[in-house]
Design a protein around this ligand. Structure first.
Ligand SMILES: Cc1ncc(COP(=O)(O)O)c(C=O)c1O
Length: 274
């Protein structure tokens, strides 16, 4: 991860090598922090308000002090100005001490090539977080399991994973939501399964009808995804990314992934116009 700039509550922009957390911060000791990862287009974070809403909800659910939204917005502005890189990734972190951080990193260079080639996914058993104490839909700094799933996918020669529950109901990826298409209907797992309410997922739902698709949300077995006409993932950083393989079986390419990726970029550009 190439860090371009860091801004810290009460301090402003600091050298990225500076310590920014207290040793007793439970975000560090127990993963009890909340965070957001946001795509920056031409210097502007896409759907910042929605990300701050989700950060506030995550913080509340894990018992953190209320998020200081104004401070985080200001830190984001300062970090983006210091980074001076139009297309980048902005992370906002809120911890129990409380400490607020805005971190700007460079976009990984291989995403466009991966979009061109399409992703290979493997299905992995994940926990269905549908009980409140399993923190459904909370984006906490306890992401070691998600990162281990990504590493397992790479170890098996794939690009990423998709979690299924004990009954093989499709959930989400470690850092993505999952979609697939049959004719003009796009299917995606329901938020009731305890998955993260992706900001990009919400954007795709909005954009789908303009592209001529109907969206259906529900609880679907893995076979539905495996038998789809095309599939793709959505996330702030990777945007809309086609899937070409699931558990070593080939999945067809189709128009929806490209159309929705174009619609997403168009929506981002539209927020930049004066
Ligand atoms: C578990 C999980 N699901 C889905 C997503 C996609 O969410 P968004 O579109 O808001 O980036 C993420 C994002 O990091 C995630 O961590």
């Amino acid at each position: 991860m190439s860090v371009l700039a860091v801004a810290v509550g009460g301090r402003g922009v600091v050298d990225p090598g500076e310590p920014v957390l207290r040793a007793d911060d439970e975000a560090l000791l127990r993963g009890r922090g909340a965070f957001e990862t946001i795509r920056v287009y031409a210097g502007k974070p896409f759907r910042l308000a929605e990300h701050l809403d989700r950060l506030a909800t995550s913080a509340e659910r894990i018992g953190l002090p209320p998020v200081n939204r104004i401070e985080l917005e200001e830190l984001a502005r300062q970090a983006l100005e210091a980074a001076a890189t139009p297309d980048a990734v902005l992370r906002l972190v809120w911890t129990p001490t409380p400490t607020s951080l805005a971190i700007v990193t460079a976009l990984a260079e291989h995403y466009d090539a991966l979009r061109e080639r399409g992703q290979r996914l493997i299905s992995l058993r994940g926990a269905r977080a549908d009980e409140p104490w399993l923190l459904p839909g909370v984006k906490s700094t306890s992401y070691a399991v998600n990162m281990a799933a990504e590493a397992e996918a790479r170890r098996r020669g794939a690009d990423d994973a998709v979690f299924v529950d004990a009954d093989r109901i499709v959930l989400e990826g470690p850092t993505t939501n999952i979609w697939w298409r049959r004719r003009r209907t796009l299917f995606t797992p329901s938020l009731e399964l305890g998955i993260l309410a992706g900001v990009t997922r919400a954007a795709v739902i909005e954009l789908a009808s303009g592209a001529g698709y109907v969206v259906e949300e529900g609880a679907y077995p893995l076979e539905e995804l495996a038998g789809a006409e095309e599939a793709f993932t959505s996330s702030s950083v990777r945007e809309v990314m086609p899937v070409v393989e699931l558990d070593d079986a080939h999945l067809g390419r189709g128009p929806a992934a490209d159309e929705l990726q174009a619609a997403l970029r168009h929506a981002a550009e539209a927020t930049l116009s004066p």
